[in-house]
Design a protein around this ligand. Structure first.
Ligand code: NAD
Length: 494
């Protein structure tokens, strides 16, 4: 579609920013709203319901009522499957609309919203739908005079709090397994990108998910988010976001009803390229492509690149040739591969880290400045620092923007030690032609996912989550059901 057509469609969109509770669009009980601005050009997209504790009470009560009368939990797994597959179909039928909303709301290029975010969202819902009538419970090997059943039951009311970087996909990673398992859900999207979650709830209702089962509450973290965290009638909270807020979520669970609390948090992933890397072109493409994808706003972005000294110059020469491709462009132009940063706050955070890199003596090889200032939006050039030291702030803290830190190493054990020396442990990678070395390194890296000789592979079939302060939960794969189900043992006297 031409850029003009996307812009025309954007201009004619009518956006409903009201909350979605008990199958209906509703204003916040206080009547309060907040402005939802597009990072593309700073324009106001919609006024969105500013939900607070009273709205949380209403949504949780609706979810509880739906759970207690078993309108969804009591449906046969094959029936839940049928409806969730219909939900996935509807998502694909609304591919352009959802992609456009995502791009306008969050700033990512339309080519990716359309080709990655929407398909991944529907695929996640479909995958859990298809799984749900194929999972069997267990009979324990107990003595003859008894029968012990080990069964899984939905936990009840699940609250999901998600970030803004992949609004639909992060939501789908919770919606899919939570609903497939028979729970009721209250989803709080980020205040920075609430629009697609609200639309997903409408499509879910249209697909046949009963009213009350899937509720969406837009609002601020300190208001709607905190009220969910502290709520006495929420059985489980599934949180994706920063490590700072993740810690608060665990505290809130402890302060309230000990709800099951799952956290998927930040990252500072290390990508280690050894001199015997089997394919330097592939390594450069993966390193550069992965850090600048989604404007660097990816929890698993390989933001620390460790390159072995003998190949560093060759690596950087190839990397520099790729940089112009990532110059920020109009997100509604299908040729654009890097879009806008989500908002002014995040832009300032990223620019602050770039300044810190310069001040601490790293060498700025590319970028470092804002771009497209005339648009009124928030854009940053793809930025590459060489000669970074592990002790620098840009090597320790999550920037969540298009900034790559290059560190040089001569000893692999020392590189692994430094790779592990942050609070995070989300992902890591090693590139080497020596398989024993690869396996030893993969074992030594303290991360939930380790890539060998690639960085991009990802699939709904494998768990996604972190070690250390990258969180305690796992999204995706059948393992995600562990978060949304209770294990019950039933003893029967024979
Ligand atoms: P954030 O922690 O600021 O916000 C995440 C969500 O929590 C938002 O919906 C926000 O409104 C809510 N929130 C904020 N304060 C709250 C509070 N006091 N109580 C309850 N809820 C509150 O994070 P963000 O800036 O939206 O997202 C970026 C972070 O998310 C990064 O650290 C990134 O690495 C992480 N992330 C992790 C994964 C993963 O799977 N591990 C995936 C995507 C993003």
């Amino acid at each position: 579609m031409s850029t003009t057509t996307w812009h025309d469609r954007a201009a004619s969109l009518s956006i409903d920013g009201r909350a979605f509770i008990d199958g209906k669009r509703v204003d916040a009980l206080s009547g309060k709203r907040f402005d939802c601005l597009s990072p593309i050009d700073g324009r106001k997209l919609a006024e969105v319901a500013r939900c607070e504790a009273a709205d949380v009470d209403a949504a949780v009560a609706a979810a509880r009522a739906a759970f207690e009368d078993r309108r969804w939990a009591g449906a046969a797994p094959a029936e839940r499957k049928r409806i969730l597959i219909r939900f996935a179909d509807l998502i694909m039928q609304h591919q352009d609309e959802l992609a456009l909303l995502e791009t306008l709301d969050m700033g990512k290029p339309i080519r990716y919203s359309r080709a990655v975010d929407v398909p991944a969202t529907q695929n996640c819902i479909r995958w859990y739908a298809e799984a749900v009538d194929k999972i069997y419970d267990q009979v324990a090997p107990t003595p003859d005079n008894s029968l012990a059943l080990i069964t899984r039951e939905p936990v009840g009311v699940v609250a999901a709090i998600v970030p803004w970087n992949y609004p639909m996909i992060m939501a789908a990673w919770k919606i899919g397994p939570a609903l497939a398992a028979g729970n009721s859900l209250v989803l709080k999207p980020s205040e920075k990108s609430p629009l697609t979650a609200l639309r997903l709830a409408e499509l879910a209702l249209e697909a046949g998910i009963p009213a009350g089962v899937f509720n969406v509450l837009p609002g601020y973290g300190a208001e709607a988010g905190q009220a969910l965290g502290l709520h006495m009638d929420v059985d489980c909270i599934a949180f994706t976001g920063s490590t700072r807020v993740g810690k608060q979520i665990l505290q809130m669970a402890g302060q309230s009803n000990l709800k099951r609390a799952w956290t998927e948090l930040g990252g500072k992933s290390a990508n280690i390229v050894c001199a015997d890397c089997p394919d330097l072109d592939a390594a450069v493409k993966a390193a550069i492509g992965s850090i600048y994808f989604n404007q660097g706003e990816s929890c698993n972005a390989p933001s620390r690149l460790f390159v072995e000294a003998p190949i560093k110059d060759a690596f950087l020469e190839k990397a520099m040739k790729m940089m112009p491709r990532f110059a920020p462009g109009d997100p509604l132009d299908e040729k654009t591969v890097m879009g806008a940063i989500v908002d002014a706050t995040q832009l300032n955070t990223v620019m602050g880290y770039i300044e810190s890199g310069k001040q601490s003596g790293a060498t700025l090889l590319h970028g470092g400045a804002q771009a497209r200032l005339d648009t009124g939006g928030f854009y940053v050039e793809p930025t590459l620092f060489d000669n970074v030291d592990s002790s620098m702030k840009i090597a320790q803290e999550e920037i969540f923007g298009p900034v790559l830190s290059v560190l040089t190493f001569t000893d692999l054990d020392e590189a692994v030690r430094q790779a592990n020396a942050t609070q995070y442990g989300l992902q890591a990678a090693v590139w080497t032609a020596d398989m024993s070395k690869a396996i030893r390194t993969a074992r030594a890296l303290r991360a939930g996912t380790v890539h060998v000789n690639q960085y991009d592979n990802d699939d709904i079939t494998v768990p996604f989550g972190g070690y250390k302060q990258s969180g305690n939960g796992r999204d995706k794969s059948l393992h995600a059901f562990d978060k949304y189900t209770e294990l019950k043992t039933t003893w029967i006297q024979v």
